[in-house]
Ligand binder design. Structure first.
Ligand code: ADP
Ligand code: GLC
Length: 479
C-alpha cells in the first residue's frame, strides 16, 4: 500500500511526547512490512537544523491560501532508508521557533494560522507531487483538518488524492480550539462552521474536523476508545464521537524495541536482560549517584512525564508523607506546568537525600530512570495509551499505574493475577494510590514476589510489529 502519515512530531527528529515515538515507530514498522510510507512534518527549527536535513531536496514551492492571503511554503523530501520518505513543509514564519506549540504557560497566538495552513499545505504538496495514496493517516488536532481539505481539493481539481482517510486521536484533551473568527483561515463554505462541521461551543475545533471528515477514527488503546464516548473522558467531544462510533477503533500502541531494549540500549551505563540483571543494579547505583540520593534497600520510584494535570501530579504530591516516612526514593523527570515544577522542587529541597526532581527534557536520562528505578509511577487521571509503562515493564521496572485508558490494557495487575501480573493498577485517587504504594513496598520486601512480577513484565512483547499488523489489517480492509 501507499501510505501517507501527516503528523506534527516524530522521533528522533522532534519529540514533545508519545506522539513522536508512535509516529516514528509505526512508520518504520509499516515500511518494513513492504509498504511505501511517506511522512509529512512541519519544518520546525529542530528539524531544519538536524544534520540529516542537509540531505533533503527541495521538491516544490507551495502557494497556500489562508483567508485572504496566499502564503508561500517549501516542500522538501528526505529519504529515511528503504521505502520511507519524510516530507518537510517549511515556512519559517510559522515553524522556525524554539518549541513547536508555545511555552509551558501559553500557546502561540497564531497556532490557528500555523496549523490550518499546515493542513492545507500537506494536501497541496500531495497534489503537486502526485503522491496518490491508498491511505492518508492524520494524527491529532494539528492535522485534524487535512482529511477534510483533501476531499475539498479532490472535488476542486477533479482528481483522487487518497482512497481512504484515517484520523488518530492520541489525546482527547488537546482539541485545537480557536475563536470562531479563525474559521476564515479555512476558506471553507460557512456550512462547515456549524454543529455538524467544526463548530464547537462557539469556537472552532480542529480535532472535530478529523472526527467528522475521516473515513475511520482510531485511538491509541481499546479501553480509551470506550472511555472517550463518556462525558468523563470525552472532553465534550463524546456527542460528536458517538455519531461516528461504528467507525471508531482502538489499537494499543507498541514500543520501538530497538530503541528501548535493556540488552542493547547504549544510553545506559550497563546492559542487562532477564537472565542477568547485574546491569540493572549498575544502572540503579548510577542513578542514585548521579542524583546525589542516599543508598537504600527499599525501592526507588521513578516517574517520567510531562508535568500536567493529566499525569496525576496532584495525586503524587498528596503522598509526600509516604515518601517522608518510608526509607524509599523518588526520582521525577519532567517538564511542564510551572506550578508542578515549583511544588516538586520545593518538596525535593526538603529531602534531597530521598527525592530528586529534574525539570529537563533529556532522552538519555529517561532511559536511565526507566532502567535504574525499581518501580515506575503513572498515577494519571486519564491516559489514552501511555508508553512509559511498556518501557518500564521491558526494563524490569514494574509500573504502579492508574487503571485507566491504555494503562488498563497494557498492565496485568499482580494482585489479581499473581502468576502473570506485571504491575499494580489502582483507581486514580489519593487513597488508592497510597494503598498501591504500601503494597508495592511489601511486595518488594517479600521473597520472590517482586522478582516474579518483574520477570512477567520483561517477558511481555510490546513490539510495534503486533500493533502495526492491526493497522495494516485495518487499512487493507478499508480500501
Ligand atoms: P504523553 O504522550 O502523554 O506525554 P506517553 O507516555 O505516551 O505520554 O509518552 C511520553 C514520552 O515522552 C515517553 O517516551 C517519555 O519517556 C517521554 N518523556 C516525557 N517527559 C520527558 C522528559 N522530561 N525527558 C525525556 N523524555 C520524556
Ligand atoms: C498522547 C497520550 C499518551 C499516548 C501518546 C501516544 O500524548 O497522552 O497516552 O501514549 O499520545 O499515542
Amino acid at each position: 500500500m501507499k501510505i501517507i502519515h501527516a503528523v506534527s512530531e516524530m522521533f528522533p527528529f522532534l519529540k514533545t511526547g508519545g506522539l513522536a515515538d508512535v509516529a516514528g515507530a509505526l512508520c518504520k514498522s509499516l515500511s518494513r512490512f513492504g509498504h511505501d510510507v511517506s511522512i509529512f512534518l512541519p519544518g520546525y527549527r529542530k528539524i531544519i537544523e538536524s544534520p540529516e536535513f542537509a540531505k533533503a531536496k527541495l521538491k516544490v514551492i507551495l502557494q497556500v491560501e489562508l483567508g485572504d492571503e496566499y502564503l508561500r511554503g517549501e516542500l522538501y523530501a528526505l529519504p529515511l532508508g528503504k521505502r520511507q520518505t519524510m516530507y518537510v513543509i517549511r515556512r519559517d514564519e510559522f515553524f522556525d521557533r524554539s518549541s513547536p506549540y508555545g511555552s509551558a504557560n501559553r500557546d502561540y497566538d497564531d497556532n490557528d494560522r500555523r496549523f490550518i495552513w499546515y493542513c492545507k499545505a500537506i494536501v497541496e504538496g500531495m497534489r503537486l507531487l502526485e503522491l496518490k495514496a491508498d491511505v492518508f493517516h492524520c494524527h491529532d488536532w494539528q492535522t485534524g483538518l487535512a482529511p477534510l481539505f483533501l476531499r475539498v481539493a479532490e472535488e476542486e481539481y477533479g482528481t483522487s488524492l487518497a482512497l481512504k482517510t484515517f484520523f488518530s486521536i492520541h489525546n482527547m484533551a488537546f482539541q485545537g480550539l480557536f475563536p470562531s473568527n479563525s474559521f476564515r483561515y479555512t476558506n471553507l463554505p460557512s456550512e462547515f462552521n456549524e454543529l455538524d462541521g467544526i463548530e464547537f461551543y462557539e469556537q472552532i475545533s480542529l480535532i472535530k474536523g478529523g472526527i467528522f471528515f475521516s473515513d475511520k477514527i482510531i485511538t491509541v488503546s481499546p479501553n480509551y476508545a470506550k472511555e472517550i464516548l463518556t462525558p468523563e473522558f470525552g472532553c465534550g467531544m463524546e456527542g460528536a464521537l458517538k455519531t461516528r462510533s461504528s467507525d471508531l477503533i482502538g489499537i494499543a500502541n507498541g514500543i520501538d524495541t530497538e530503541v528501548w531494549d535493556p540488552n542493547t540500549d547504549d544510553r545506559l551505563p550497563a546492559n542487562y536482560s532477564l537472565s542477568n540483571l547485574e546491569g540493572k543494579r549498575t544502572c540503579r547505583s548510577h542513578l542514585i549517584e548521579k542524583l546525589g540520593l542516599a543508598e537504600t534497600e527499599n525501592p526507588i520510584y521513578g516517574i517520567v512525564c510531562r508535568l500536567t494535570e493529566q499525569k496525576g501530579l496532584d495525586i503524587l504530591l498528596s503522598q509526600m508523607s509516604f515518601f517522608s516516612k518510608q526509607d524509599c526514593r523518588l526520582v521525577v523527570l519532567g517538564l511542564g506546568d510551572p506550578k508542578f515544577e515549583r511544588a516538586l522542587k520545593r518538596w525535593a529541597r526538603t529531602r534531597p537525600d530521598k527525592i530528586a526532581v529534574c525539570t529537563v527534557l533529556d532522552e538519555t536520562m529517561s532511559h536511565l530512570v526507566e532502567a535504574g528505578s525499581d518501580y515506575c509511577l503513572m498515577p494519571s487521571i486519564f491516559e489514552p495509551c501511555g508508553l512509559n509503562q511498556m518501557y518500564s515493564q521491558r526494563y524490569g521496572t514494574p509500573p504502579l499505574a492508574s487503571n485507566v485508558g491504555g494503562l488498563h490494557d497494557t498492565i496485568d495487575d499482580f494482585r489479581e493475577n499473581p502468576e502473570t501480573g506485571t504491575g499494580l493498577l489502582f483507581e486514580p485517587s489519593e487513597p488508592h494510590f497510597k494503598n498501591a504504594l504500601e503494597e508495592s513496598l511489601s511486595i518488594f520486601r517479600s521473597e520472590g514476589e517482586y522478582q516474579r512480577m518483574q520477570a512477567n513484565g520483561m517477558k511481555r512483547d510490546f513490539s510495534w510489529s503486533n500493533a502495526a499488523k492491526e493497522y495494516e489489517a485495518l487499512y487493507s480492509d478499508s480500501i
